[in-house]
Design a protein around this ligand. Structure first.
Ligand SMILES: Nc1ncnc2c1ncn2[C@@H]1O[C@H](COP(=O)(O)OP(=O)(O)OP(=O)(O)O)[C@@H](O)[C@H]1O
Length: 352
């Protein structure tokens, strides 16, 4: 059996079913993210694992023991929140030592753990500072050390980076992953930021309205989304309505253009379906390949590593991404362009 097993978990708050029949198996040492829009039940699920909420139904098994109704302080779980929640009147060292002192660990062990934790979060020398003397990022690293000092069986992180600046957020993200891997600790990370979930996790649980939509590696949920929600929540997606011309040959029609996609044996001729394509699969300005569409540039957004071009394709707006390079000639609004994409880049959504 998996290290942490969530079995048919549900949570109801009055009329709201916040979490519905949630099933997940987490391996020891795995880093799993819960990703979804506000209100989809991520925090509630995390709080049930921590013991702050009792499930309305279902079970939580940790390392072979049923902990569903165990009080939080007996679960041996570490938690990091969005607000650093450090004790303002305690030094860094005393904040880190807090859980160990409550557990009445010997002073020698406490000293040793403080020193190891400071080394791990790269704040050696800061032990006598108070939280107000630290930056937000440093405070959050202390909060992480405090959660880890008790050697928890699972580390839970609830949007731990959302109060920080963009640059610190990216730095600390890498730090969290490094520390998690160094300790081999099992971690569950709640976020509504897809980039954070994709970059940190071994697996991502995509949630919507209290339900799991898909569980998979970052590669799987991005490249092989199982539902329309997952496809549109993670990354950008172009949707183009087309009519099936020849299902066996994978030919579809968009206005007067016949497009080649992969064979669609489960569909019928004449059916209206939606082609879904990522912006990075749309090539701009070349006539190679099998599918070309005429378009007109609406606007150009320079994002650094990529340039995102919004194009009008005969009344339908799509996004096409170019890789930035210094020699690039940027398209301009009003330019006539050709968009092409390979047959294997599109998937077909059939909503009928
Ligand atoms: N204590 C509570 N009492 C009543 N309703 C609650 C309570 N806690 C959460 N809810 C409701 O349950 C649903 C799920 O909330 P939850 O906080 O788990 O979502 P979330 O995905 O973590 O959202 P966010 O990203 O905004 O924190 C929401 O509709 C919320 O209003």
């Amino acid at each position: 059996m998996a290290y942490l097993s969530l079995q048919n978990l549900s949570k109801r708050f009055g009329p709201t079913l916040a979490v519905r029949d949630f099933n997940l198996e987490v391996e020891r040492g795995e880093f799993v993210s819960f990703l979804g829009p506000s209100g989809c039940g991520k925090t509630t699920t995390l709080r049930m694992i921590a013991g702050f909420e009792l499930p309305t139904s279902g079970k939580i098994i940790l390392d072979g023991n049923d902990i569903t109704t165990l009080p939080p302080n007996r679960r041996h779980i570490g938690m990091v929140f969005q607000s650093y929640a450090l004790f303002p009147n305690l030094t860094v060292a005393d904040n880190i030592a807090f859980g160990l002192k409550v557990a009445k660990r010997p002073p020698e062990e406490i000293r040793k753990t403080i020193s190891e934790m400071l080394d791990l979060i790269r704040l050696t020398g800061f032990e006598n500072r108070y939280p107000y003397q630290l930056s937000g990022g440093q405070q959050q690293r202390v909060a992480l050390a405090r959660a880890l000092a008790i050697r928890p069986r699972v580390l839970l992180l609830d949007e731990p980076l959302s109060a920080l600046d963009a640059k610190i957020r990216v730095e600390l993200r890498a730090e969290i992953r490094r520390i998690q891997q160094t300790l081999g600790i099992t971690a569950i990370y709640v976020t509504h930021d897809q980039e954070e979930a994709l970059s940190l996790s071994d697996r991502v649980v995509v949630m919507y309205e209290g339900r799991i939509e898909q569980v998979g590696t970052p590669f799987e949920v991005y490249n092989y989304p199982k539902t329309r929600f997952v496809a549109s929540f993670i990354g950008q997606l172009n949707l183009i309505p087309v009519i099936v011309e020849d299902p066996q040959q994978g030919k579809v029609r968009f206005d007067n253009n016949v497009l080649q996609v992969e064979p669609l044996p489960h569909l019928n001729r004449g059916q209206v379906v939606t082609l879904a394509l990522r912006p990075e699969e749309m090539n701009l300005g070349t006539v190679e390949g099998r599918n070309h569409l005429q378009g007109r540039v609406l606007d150009v957004m320079f994002l650094g590593a990529i340039v995102r071009v919004r194009v009008d394709l005969q009344g339908r707006e799509v996004l096409a991404d170019l890789f930035n390079e210094r020699q690039l000639t940027l398209p301009r609004p009003g330019d006539q362009v050709i968009i092409n994409f390979p047959p294997h880049a599109c998937w077909v959504i059939n909503e009928a």
